[in-house]
Write a protein that binds this ligand. Structure first.
Ligand SMILES: Cc1cc2nc3c(=O)[nH]c(=O)nc-3n(C[C@H](O)[C@H](O)[C@H](O)COP(=O)(O)OP(=O)(O)OC[C@H]3O[C@@H](n4cnc5c(N)ncnc54)[C@H](O)[C@@H]3O)c2cc1C
Length: 512
């Protein structure tokens, strides 16, 4: 995350500090990842009397959980009508019931632990901007109502501007996710969980007792391993690289000039606009998130995504001050349903991922389900969220297209033309030819130039420069690297090779 893109949530929260693991460990349950999925799992396990160990590569909420809109709702865009068509009524109903349980869980923990995370109850709206979208929303509204959602329809909404129909789901939530997860982590530790930060897992060797190797040569042996890392560290027989699609999105928090109606809003259109209100010290803050695109395939100038959101916020309520801007990524599955459960034939390795930007509720649900699976061997909703469900055959057309896209990218990125590095500006990254090979160059603000081999260490796709975050992003499976080649997130396991690092003046002549 670059300094200029720190989320509003990170700017306004104190994340508890936990030490680095510096010696080998044997434990019953290891949870990898300190976002909402990992922390909820550890918390639920501790509530059941287990003594889980959680390791996190950076700090808690460093991943997507620290960079969300902060809605926790069962209104997940257009989803119930899609699940109904693909999987039938019982799956659609289970999806609603399970997500409702996640909301109730959050309500209970906030009440019982007295968590100060501004949990707010209001309707969640999905709105249409044209007749086609309106039809889709009416269908979604009718399906949701039939499944038991307390829903209503607004024929002529006054907000957001341009809305031509809107379905509202009553009693949905929004909160400060970083404060919530931090409090849950502290409560888990009080009940006997151990949390280690700055401890990155690099390899999982499966077995009756699995062995996890960490970056600093520390080894953890565990009977159960929960992967709460978004893209799983260990694939087993799942071929997750053909089943999970990384998508980035952008967020801004603004102080507005005019008032606006409260509630959570999201549009039904392709270019997402997600809106909510957050109240901090009695002051209303407008949060707008959207501009989603597959990772590594955004606008050439990624700053444009932020500008578009600020323009949109200006239309909503007039922008007085931009308080924060950020971006993050999440993974989608072919049929919009996450994978939560056992990873494969191994009974003791588990995963929670593929939340499609609804992981504050689905990650909470994963924590509940995975802790049950570990502690008792079974849990409700296993079939719905299983990686064994028929997600290919039931959404065939879409799946083939989506699976093919990353494969096309693997080829396409290798045949695109390269540019010269002459006149590269500070803060700019480009793909060039260096010593006869394709490479990525970045000129830092202190004039340091770093040239990297930008073949992704996952499957050799050529990376694209992300101008907003100053990162190298993989258009195929969402791997991301810093401008000095360090692995930031996604499926790759190794950093990028540095081909040159030095001062601009030392290499400028060679770049002409
Ligand atoms: C812009 C945006 C807005 C969103 N808004 C909402 C919203 O309003 N409501 C909603 O429900 N959902 C929302 N989502 C989705 C939701 O935020 C995510 O699905 C959810 O936070 C995922 O939580 P997680 O714990 O699974 O993953 P993360 O929060 O990403 O946590 C994974 C953690 O694992 C760590 N890790 C990774 N690899 C390793 C390793 N090898 N060793 C150790 N640690 C490792 C990472 O550092 C990270 O901290 C949004 C997503 C985006 C992108």
């Amino acid at each position: 995350m670059s300094e200029s893109t720190v989320s509003y949530w990170h700017k306004t929260a104190r994340v508890p500090h936990f030490p680095r693991l510096d010696k080998n460990l044997i434990c019953d349950v290891l949870v990898i990842g300190g976002g909402i999925t990992g922390v909820t799992t550890a918390y639920c396990l501790a509530q059941k009397g287990e003594k889980p160990v959680l390791i996190e590569a950076g700090h808690l909420c460093d991943g997507t959980t620290g960079n969300t809109t902060g809605k926790i709702t069962v209104q997940h865009g257009i989803i119930y009508s899609n699940i109904l068509k693909k999987h039938g009524r019982s799956f659609a109903k289970s999806y609603l019931d399970s997500q409702s349980e996640a909301l109730d869980f959050v309500r209970r923990q906030v009440r019982d632990l007295r968590i100060d995370c501004q949990l707010t109850e209001s309707p969640s709206y999905i709105y249409a901007e044209n007749d086609e979208e309106r039809k889709t929303i009416v269908e979604e509204f009718q399906t949701a109502k039939d499944l038991g959602v307390d829903a209503f329809f607004v024929e002529s909404p006054v907000f957001p501007p341009g809305a031509v129909g809107m379905a509202g789901f009553q009693n949905q939530l929004s909160f400060h996710a970083v404060r919530y997860v931090s409090a849950l982590a502290e409560a888990a530790v009080k009940m006997g969980a151990r949390i280690y930060c700055d401890t990155k897992a690099v390899k999982l060797i499966d077995g009756e007792v699995s062995t996890v190797l960490c970056e600093n040569d520390v080894t953890i042996e565990a009977r159960h391993v929960v992967m709460a890392t978004q893209y799983p560290l260990y694939d087993g027989p799942n071929l997750f690289f053909t089943r999970l699609y990384a998508k980035r999105a952008y967020g801004v928090a603004v102080e507005a000039q005019r008032d606006w109606p409260e509630g959570n809003f999201i549009n039904a259109g392709q270019l997402t606009r997600s809106i909510r209100t957050h109240v901090e010290d009695g002051k209303k803050i407008l949060i707008v998130v959207g501009e989603g695109h597959p990772t590594g395939r955004g606008e050439e100038n990624e700053q444009a995504h932020f500008d578009n959101l600020v323009t949109f916020a200006n239309q909503l309520a007039g922008v007085k001050t931009v308080l924060a801007r950020w971006s993050a990524q999440d993974y989608e599955t072919p049929d919009q349903i996450p994978y939560i459960g056992r990873i494969g034939d191994r009974q003791n390795i588990y995963v929670g991922t593929g939340y499609g930007k609804w992981g504050l509720s689905s990650g909470t649900l994963a924590g509940i389900m995975l802790s049950d699976l570990v502690a008792t061997g079974s849990c409700p909703y296993e079939a719905l969220y299983s990686r064994r469900r028929a997600d290919y055959s039931t959404s065939l057309g879409k799946t083939i297209a989506e699976v093919a896209l990353p494969i096309v990218e693997l080829v396409k990125s290798k045949i695109e033309a390269t540019e010269s590095a002459a006149g590269i500006r500070q803060g700019e990254g480009r793909v060039i030819r260096f010593k006869g090979q394709r490479a990525g160059i970045y000129r830092d603000f202190d004039d340091t130039v770093t040239i990297l081999d930008i073949s992704c260490t996952h499957m050799s796709t050529t990376l694209n420069f992300n101008d907003a975050e100053k990162t190298w992003d993989c258009p195929a499976h969402g791997g991301r690297f810093s401008v000095d080649g360090k692995l930031l997130e996604g499926p790759p396991k190794n950093p990028l090779k540095v081909l040159f690092r030095g001062k601009y003046e030392d290499i400028a002549v060679r770049l002409e």
